[in-house]
Design a protein around this ligand. Structure first.
Ligand code: PMV
Length: 335
C-alpha cells in the first residue's frame, strides 16, 4: 500500500480544555479556544501493509514498544478507533519527528496526533473532511482536534453523546492577526511527570471546584476570547488568557494528590511578566501541562521580551512564534 506523510503544527490554548466528560470518546466538559503555532511541528509518515504484524512506532528515530504509555494509551487507542471506524484491516509502520521538545507542555501530542490523523487516513486511501479529521485526531489527544485547522480555532464541547458535534472549527485564519506573537520561555525541556490526560482525570475526579471551572468559568472566558479575537483586542485577549490559565491550574493545584506543573523558573517568569506589564510593556502569560511559560504580546514587543528572558538562568531556550497553518499533506516521507 502507498505511504502518506503529513505535517501538523502545535497549538496553544488561550482558553484551556481541562477534563473529559467521556474518556472513551474524548469529549470535554468545556469548550476551548487555541492558536495554531507557526513553526512548531510534527512530520509523520504512515504505511499500512499486510507484512506488519503489529503497529510499529518510532518518534524522533526511537522505537516505542508495546507497554510504553505513548504506545498503549495514545497510539493504541487512536489506531483502534481508526480501524474500527473505517474498517481498516492492516497494521501500520509509523514514523514521527518533532522539531521541538516532546511531552514538555508544548503540545507535542496535539501536533503529533493531528499529523497522524491526516497521514494515516490518506495512507488508508481515505479523503476525510476537516470535521472528520478533527474528530479522528480528538481520539488520539483532545487538543489535537484543534491542530487540524490553522489560525484561531474553537473546539466546541458539543452536546451529542456520540461526539459528532465536538470538533475544532476555525474562527479566523492566521492572516486575521499577523501581529500577535507568543514568546515561549522553555524552563525545562524534560518530559513532564504527570501527563495532561492523567492530570485532568484526577482533577475531574476530586477537585472540589471542578464544576465551577467547567460550567461557569470556561463558558464565560470562551465568550470573551471570541470577542477579543474578532475585534483584535489584545488587552482583552491577554487578560482572559492569563486568568483562564491560572484558573485551570488552580483546579489542578487543588486536586488530591496535587498537580503542580510549575518549576522555579516558571514562577520567576510569571512574576517578571506581571512586573513588565506594570511598567508599560504589555504582555501576558499562559501555561499548559508543563513548566514552559508562553508569553502573549504584539510583534513590536517580541524582541524586547526575548532579550529580557535571555538574562534568566532558569530559561533554557526561547522560541518566538505566531499563528500558523493547519495540518497538510506533504510529499517527503520519513522512510
Ligand atoms: O489534549 P491533551 O491531553 O494534550 O490536553 C491538553 C491540556 C492543556 O494543554 C493543558 C489545555 C489545552 O486546551 O490544550
Amino acid at each position: 500500500m502507498p505511504k502518506a506523510s503529513a505535517i501538523a503544527n502545535s497549538n496553544i490554548a488561550l482558553v484551556k480544555y481541562w477534563g473529559k466528560r467521556d474518556r472513551d470518546l474524548m469529549l470535554p466538559h468545556n469548550g476551548s479556544i487555541s492558536m495554531t503555532l507557526d513553526g512548531l511541528q510534527t512530520h509523520t509518515t504512515v504505511e499500512f501493509d499486510g507484512k506488519y504484524k503489529e503497529d510499529l512506532l518510532a518518534i524522533n528515530g526511537k522505537r516505542l514498544e508495546k507497554g510504553a504509555e505513548e504506545y498503549d494509551e495514545y497510539l493504541g487507542r487512536f489506531m483502534g478507533k481508526l480501524r474500527g471506524q473505517y474498517g481498516i484491516r492492516h497494521f501500520a509502520r509509523i514514523s514521527s519527528e518533532n522539531n521541538y521538545p516532546t511531552a514538555a507542555g508544548l503540545a507535542s501530542s496535539a501536533s503529533g496526533m493531528a499529523a497522524l490523523a491526516l497521514a494515516a487516513s490518506r495512507a488508508a486511501g481515505l479523503d476525510l473532511s476537516k470535521k472528520e479529521l478533527s474528530i479522528l485526531a480528538r481520539y488520539g489527544s483532545g487538543s489535537a482536534c484543534r491542530s487540524v485547522e490553522g489560525g484561531f480555532v474553537e473546539w466546541k464541547r458539543g452536546e451529542k453523546a456520540d461526539g459528532s458535534d465536538s470538533f475544532g472549527e476555525q474562527l479566523f485564519p492566521k492572516e486575521h492577526w499577523p501581529e500577535l506573537r507568543m514568546v515561549i520561555a522553555v524552563t525545562s525541556a524534560k518530559a513532564k511527570k504527570v501527563k495532561s490526560r492523567a492530570g485532568m482525570a484526577k482533577t475531574v475526579e476530586n477537585c472540589p471546584f471542578y464544576r465551577t471551572w467547567a460550567y461557569e468559568v470556561a463558558p464565560k472566558d470562551i465568550e470573551d476570547m471570541r470577542k477579543a479575537i474578532a475585534e483584535k483586542d489584545f488587552t482583552l485577549l491577554g487578560k482572559t488568557a492569563e486568568l483562564n490559565c491560572l484558573k485551570m491550574h488552580a483546579t489542578a493545584l487543588a486536586t488530591d494528590p496535587p498537580i503542580i506543573y510549575w518549576n522555579a523558573g516558571t514562577v520567576e517568569v510569571m512574576h517578571a511578566v506581571m512586573d513588565w506589564r506594570d511598567s508599560g510593556l504589555e504582555c501576558y502569560f499562559t501555561i499548559d501541562g508543563g513548566p514552559q511559560v508562553k508569553i502573549l504580546c504584539l510583534e513590536k514587543e517580541a524582541a524586547e521580551i526575548a532579550k529580557r528572558l535571555k538574562s534568566f538562568d532558569t530559561v533554557e531556550d526561547i522560541i518566538v512564534t505566531g499563528a500558523g497553518d493547519g495540518a497538510r499533506v506533504v510529499g517527503n516521507h520519513l522512510f
